[in-house]
Design a binder for this molecule. Structure first.
Ligand SMILES: [Zn+2]
Length: 254
């Protein structure tokens, strides 16, 4: 009896979550209204220098992401003048649940539910439809950060970034990439080599000569400078959205 009740409740919760995800998927990519995206800074390493950096952040610094989405969406015929609005929210004290990269599929699903619960708990009262939690790390104490992620189910992203003004423009590239994931875009690089996949991961696949490419495609994340070499873009000014990604986020009919 209790077992049946427990399973029924769990199934009801899962059905509710699945329905919510379907509504989110449809409404976040209709591009009839500006999509509100919240940046929630988190001190990722507990250092004092990181606290200072987080306190110095301003909303204006994130307009590079708004401009990128506006320019790229308009290139695909989206009529909205400002497809994405970025809002900067006060820092969040509690870090999001961490995902062990080697975890099994059920473990990943459980983590995804925990991440959605976390997002609802720490930011549920905010207007932002998409929530990007940016975990800043002091570059003086951190040389490598884990992989950032973006979930379409739950409309949330977890971005690992460097707490350094000089890294801001590169951090924005990662935020834009994870934001695209929340809207349904898929990666366009080879996970074995990290190299952009041709042609959909190239900024300008028809260029002659093909190398070096001038731009990165947002979901490849890197500029193919030769057949076996790719470079991180320095800012969103070196990044474009390709037609495959544009179709995934509903900027063009597929
Ligand atoms: Zn990705």
């Amino acid at each position: 009896m209790w077992r049946v009740l427990r399973i029924s409740i769990l199934l009801a919760v899962l059905a509710f979550v699945a329905l919510g995800a379907a509504v989110d998927r449809f409404s976040s990519t209709d591009w009839n209204n500006t999509l509100w995206v919240g940046i929630f800074p988190v001190n990722g390493d507990g250092r004092e220098a990181t606290d200072h950096y987080v306190a110095s952040l301003t909303r204006e610094q994130f307009t590079d992401i708004e401009d990128f989405f506006a320019e790229e969406a308009q290139a695909f015929g989206v009529a909205l003048e400002r497809p994405v609005h970025i809002e900067l929210y006060p820092p969040v004290r509690e870090p999001p649940p961490t995902l062990d990269p080697g975890v099994s599929l059920p473990g990943r699903m459980w983590w995804s539910l925990k991440a959605r619960y976390y997002s609802w708990r720490v930011a549920g009262d905010r207007l932002a439809r998409v929530r990007i939690f940016v975990l800043y790390h002091d570059p003086a104490g951190t040389h490598a950060v884990p992989h950032s992620l973006g979930l379409q189910k739950g409309l949330l992203g977890i971005v690992y970034a460097y707490a350094d003004q000089a890294a801001h423009a590169a951090n924005s590239v990662v935020v834009a990439h994870e934001l695209m994931h929340t809207l349904g875009a898929t990666d366009k690089y080879d996970p074995q080599t990290n190299l952009p996949v041709f042609p959909q991961g190239y900024g300008e696949p028809d260029a002659e000569p093909r190398f070096p490419q001038a731009w990165a495609e947002i979901m490849a994340g890197r500029i193919a400078v030769s057949a076996d070499e790719a470079q991180m873009p320095r800012s969103l000014r070196e990044v474009v959205v390709g037609p495959a990604t544009a179709a995934e986020v509903n900027w063009i009919a597929d």
